[in-house]
Design a protein around this ligand. Structure first.
Ligand code: ME8
Length: 519
């Protein structure tokens, strides 16, 4: 089902904001690449405006402890790590329109005004909270969600059953949010459409909502948690980091070029680890305050290394820079989208990354484009006029390619829309293989030598046209690579929208652009 925006409609997509307690890894980059490709796709199909936010989550006990451990002042610590995320995302060609940090003034103002709305509407009360808290996950867990484990030194430690991370007992005065009141409304939102994708995560949320919800503690005494936004008019309490963090999406909307006209968010892309916060707490806060909840959550699985989730706590992280050094940012993006199936976990392998980037891009597509733009076959450096009859001139290999070229763009469109980037890519690569096969069968170098100029010209025109369509279709996946490809083919910038991602008959030849080898 189509849950995306259309031409001239706003499209607002987000990634989670990442904790600054450690450096970025491939898992973070994956989420960002998924969101980026979708943002670029929606831009290509004419959504307007496209707002795409990412950034860093900088408050809370976990960051407070991490900065203490690093022997740094928390704000200095956050500055240092936030910029590492920004740089990593920039290197991966993530075209965000807003990079938000929760330590910014604009965000604090938004959190305060939101808190006041909840208070005015009677959703916040003072009470006593007692229970287990997992700092590594910044989450409350009930006793039956914990397990006692034996440590190597023989002592017992209670951990969260889900994440295996330690929990501590808290008993303190704080502010609570009447989450229990919102179960009915949450359920109504959930079943209103495909708001949580893929379906198995939808079912999980539904099963959570079959039970009563308990009120949520949304502040901590300042003495326990000093690194955070104080509760308005009660500085003895600090706002719970997840309420603070989730509101980043609203801060962005308020600061997008026309205040709140992009609300509600079209899609929050998240990993499955933070589903509860986004599917229960977040829409509950919004519904309580009188705002529309998000239209859709796209939940993806985890990148694993040897069957274990890649995470800073496990220490098995793969750094984006290492991948870029070995396979370029284009190779990394291509690999993540090609191998990443949102509905399941993926196994990360550097060998595979290199192999796939080389075989599909350099050997497959790069080779095709380099051959038909090379001076030996194309001394005049032109992209010849093309029409369906050019394909006919090439006989049955031409007609087969024409058929593939006509079918591919619509399939890719559907797959991109449904988040199946890997399937979209497969279709595009089938077209590339088709074009390479066609080129080899036609043997244009022989046609030229034998003076069969009509067939030779048609072969060149058809190959370049197919490469042009491929380059246009690949823009959301590998933006700078596609740009170089289209530049090389001399495709004007204004002719790169989705409408051009299909056979375009032309009557005049065009000049190729500057020639550099495409790898
Ligand atoms: O949870 N595979 O931040 P975080 C795939 N600050 N994706 C992964 C991954 C893996 N192995 N590891 C992490 C937080 N991710 C909060 C979010 S939002 C209001 C606040 C990705 O730094 C995935 O998107 O722990 C996951 O949800 C996110 O990073 C968690 O990042």
């Amino acid at each position: 089902r189509n849950f995306s925006s259309k031409k001239n409609e706003p499209f607002f997509i987000t990634t989670p904001i990442f904790y600054v307690n450690a450096e970025p890894h491939i898992g973070h980059v994956y989420t960002a690449v998924l969101a980026d490709s979708s943002a670029r796709f929606h831009q290509l199909i004419g959504c307007n405006p496209v707002v795409f936010s990412t950034g860093t989550d900088e408050h809370g006990l976990k960051i407070q402890q991490a900065s203490l451990q690093a022997n740094k002042d928390p704000s200095q610590f956050c500055d240092q790590v936030s910029v590492l995320f920004k740089n990593a995302l920039d290197k991966c060609e993530i075209g965000y329109t807003d990079y938000i940090r929760t330590t910014e003034i604009r965000h604090k103002e938004n959190v305060h005004s939101f808190w006041k709305i909840l208070l005015d509407k009677g959703y916040i009360y003072k009470g006593k909270y007692e229970g287990w808290y997992c700092t590594a996950d910044e989450t409350f867990v009930s006793e039956d969600q914990t397990t006692l484990v034996k440590l190597p030194d023989g002592k017992e430690q209670r951990v969260s059953t889900e994440s295996s991370r330690p929990v501590e007992w808290f008993s303190e005065e704080n502010y609570l949010f009447k989450l229990s009141k919102l179960r009915g409304e949450l359920l109504k939102w959930l079943i209103s459409g495909p708001v949580v994708r893929p379906v198995r995560h939808y079912n999980l949320v539904k099963s959570w909502l079959e039970h009563d919800l308990i009120d949520l503690s949304i502040s901590r005494p300042r003495a326990r948690l000093s690194w955070g936004i104080p509760v308005p008019e009660d500085p003895s309490q600090t706002i719970y980091v997840w309420l603070d963090a989730l509101l980043n999406y609203m801060t962005v909307a308020k600061h997008s070029h026309s205040e709140m006209n992009v609300w509600p968010p079209s899609i929050h892309v998240i990993g499955k680890d933070i589903l509860k916060f986004h599917s229960i707490y977040w829409p509950a806060f919004l519904l309580a305050a009188g705002f529309d909840p998000p239209k859709c959550l796209l939940v993806h699985g985890h990148w694993m290394v040897n069957e274990q989730k890649m995470s800073k706590t496990t220490g098995n992280v793969v750094s984006p820079q290492t991948c870029i050094d070995i396979a370029t940012a284009t190779g990394l993006r291509y690999f993540l989208l090609h191998e990443g199936v949102p509905a399941s976990d993926g196994n990360f392998s550097m060998t595979r990354l290199v192999r796939i980037a080389n075989s599909d891009l350099a050997d497959g597509l790069g080779n095709l484009v380099n051959r038909c733009c090379g001076k030996s076959l194309n001394p005049l450096q032109t992209r010849l006029a093309v029409s369906p009859s050019s394909f006919e001139v090439c006989g049955s290999p031409g007609l087969e390619l024409l058929d593939l070229l006509r079918r591919t763009p619509d399939i890719v469109y559907e797959e991109y829309l449904q988040w199946n980037f890997y399937k979209g890519i497969d279709q595009i690569m089938a077209l590339v293989r088709g074009a390479n096969g066609f080129f080899n069968t036609m043997e244009p170098w022989k046609l030229k030598k034998e003076g069969q100029m009509d067939t030779f010209n048609a072969t060149m025109a058809v190959t370049m046209e197919t490469a042009r369509v491929v380059g246009t279709l690949l823009q959301p996946i590998v933006p700078s690579y596609s740009e170089r490809l289209l530049d090389k083919l001399g495709v004007p910038r204004e002719n790169r929208g989705w409408d051009f991602a299909r056979l375009q008959s032309s009557t005049a030849d065009a000049s190729l652009g500057v020639q550099e080898t495409l790898r």
